[in-house]
Design a binder for this molecule. Structure first.
Ligand code: BV8
Length: 257
């Protein structure tokens, strides 16, 4: 099948689905101007994220780790959702249920208007007290001080994100796994499917017999397991799927009148 046929197929599968999951990685935000992790201008090219996004790095040099997150917050602060994020947000009321399960910490799905978002790896605009665990949201750029301190107890604040070597929030992970068994269709967009346990979510969907459609300019470790893999950019493919889906819905409603 060529890309046109795959886009048509994806729209038809969506038109027949009641419950869908959209699973995303950093690739969906790259057209908003936010670097991915492994792309040519990727974060992992300039920094070894595994050396900075870790509890050990934070305990040995919290200032350095915060400088990296401050730099990323500044990149993300003025970025807007792209047509890919917006297409997903426009589907909010088209399905019995639509969940966005994202590995991204940039908050662009919220900014686009999506509901039911599960942030598996946290959110760069949230900070957590290292002593009491209280989570606050702070969008100030730059932060008042680096590293920031808890206004209540004076302890260090950390980014409320999941670092390498840290377990994910088990409630979020089990909710994501449970949703895989209750969904008809999963779109997997902009992820290299390399980082676990998040990368196991689409595989859980495959093993539960869910139709899985990948959207990515490159092939990934998931590609051979997906029902369809559309070689394209999220910002191009998702609006195209949306246009065809809306035509199908209009035709169906026309016939029912
Ligand atoms: C844990 C937040 C254990 C922080 C991130 C097996 C099982 C369990 C763990 C492991 C395992 N094997 C290895 C591990 C360890 C590790 C891991 O997976 N390492 C990798 C490198 C092999 N996992 C962990 O450490 C996890 N924790 O397991 O702890 C434990 C268990 C119990 C108790 C204690 C401990 C935690 C991992 C979370 C790390 N945090 N982010 C921050 O951002 O600062 S990960 C971060 O990188 C992202 O969140 C994301 O998950 C990952 C990058 O992946 P992608 O989003 O896919 O980005 P990437 O650049 O790779 O790919 C982009 C894709 O988009 C490409 O395919 C590209 O082609 C495509 N694309 C580009 N442009 C577009 C596009 N697609 C569409 N449209 C476009 N325009």
């Amino acid at each position: 099948m060529d890309i046109r046929e795959k886009v048509q197929t994806a729209a038809h599968l969506l038109s027949q689905a009641n419950n869908i999951i959209v699973f995303t990685g950093s690739g969906i935000s790259s057209e908003s101007g936010i670097p991915t992790f492994r792309g040519k201008d990727g974060l992992w090219k300039q920094f070894r994220a595994q050396d900075l996004a870790t509890p050990a790095a934070f305990s040995s040099n919290p200032k350095l780790v915060w400088e990296w997150y401050e730099w990323r917050r500044n990149i993300i602060a003025d970025k807007q959702p792209n047509p890919g994020h917006k297409a997903i947000a426009e589907w909010n009321d088209l399905f019995s249920s639509l969940y966005v399960i994202t590995q991204n910490i940039d908050g662009l799905h919220q900014k686009a208007g999506s509901a039911n978002i599960i942030e598996l790896h946290g959110n760069i605009w949230k900070l957590r007290c290292t002593k009491e665990g209280i989570i606050t949201e702070d969008h100030s750029c730059p932060l008042k001080e680096i590293p920031p301190k808890c206004t209540k107890c004076g302890a260090l604040l950390r980014p409320h994100v999941v670092w390498f070597g840290e377990s994910l929030d088990m409630e979020l992970l089990s909710e994501a796994v449970k949703l895989c068994s209750e969904t008809d269709l999963m779109l997997v967009i902009g992820t290299s499917s390399l980082v676990y346990p998040a990368a196991s979510i689409p595989l859980t969907a495959v093993e539960s017999g869910v139709k899985v459609i990948e959207i990515n300019p490159d092939s990934t470790l998931l590609t051979p397991r997906a029902d369809t893999s559309i070689r394209g950019k999220a910002g191009d493919v998702l609006p195209e799927i949306s246009d065809i889906l809306n035509n199908i819905i209009r035709q169906t409603e026309g016939r029912e009148k």
